[in-house]
Design a protein around this ligand. Structure first.
Ligand code: GTP
Ligand code: MG
Length: 137
């Protein structure tokens, strides 16, 4: 479909990159249809990242994602999920292509500046996790 879900993660917020990241997103043709500045509770983060609960970095991931505010947003564009994953680049910023958001703003594989949904199904689940119908325009 034409929507994806993103978060600007705590590292990028702390480092003052909210504006620059939103500029990259809109310049790439994504329309922001929902957005909020919020902070995940431990329970939120454990639920959001439940798929990774058996991975060795899960504790670190939950600590990181809850340590400060994030920007959560739903984005609209043709081919949104795939195009947004291309815009953010590889999980590990050392492997991310030049010009991608993670290449520009991420510091490590764990603290990698942004999230992007990995499927249409997850985009819908993740968007609904953060936004009610009245918050999507
Ligand atoms: P998201 O868009 O955030 O879902 O990233 P991704 O789809 O590129 O990666 P994946 O879903 O595999 O991992 C989710 C998140 O877990 C990553 O974005 C990282 O923040 C974190 N993560 C993944 N691998 C590692 C790792 O080896 N070490 C640490 N500390 N964190 C990791
Ligand atoms: Mg992922």
């Amino acid at each position: 479909t034409n929507r994806t879900f993103t978060m600007i993660k705590p590292d990028a917020v702390e480092n003052g990159h909210i504006g620059a990241i939103l500029e990259k997103i809109t310049a790439a043709g994504f329309k922001i249809v929902a957005m909020k500045y919020t902070q995940l509770s431990r329970r939120d983060a454990e639920e959001f990242y439940a798929i990774h609960s058996e991975r060795p970095f899960f504790g670190e991931l939950v600590e990181f994602m809850t340590r400060g505010p994030i920007v959560a947003a739903i984005l609209e564009k043709d081919n949104a999920v795939e195009d947004f994953r291309a815009l953010i680049g590889a999980t590990n910023p050392e492997e991310a292509a030049e010009g991608t958001i993670r290449k520009l703003f991420a510091t490590s594989i764990g603290e990698n500046a942004v999230h992007g949904s990995d499927s249409d199904e997850n985009a819908a689940i993740e968007g609904a996790f953060h936004f009610s119908g009245r918050e999507v325009f």
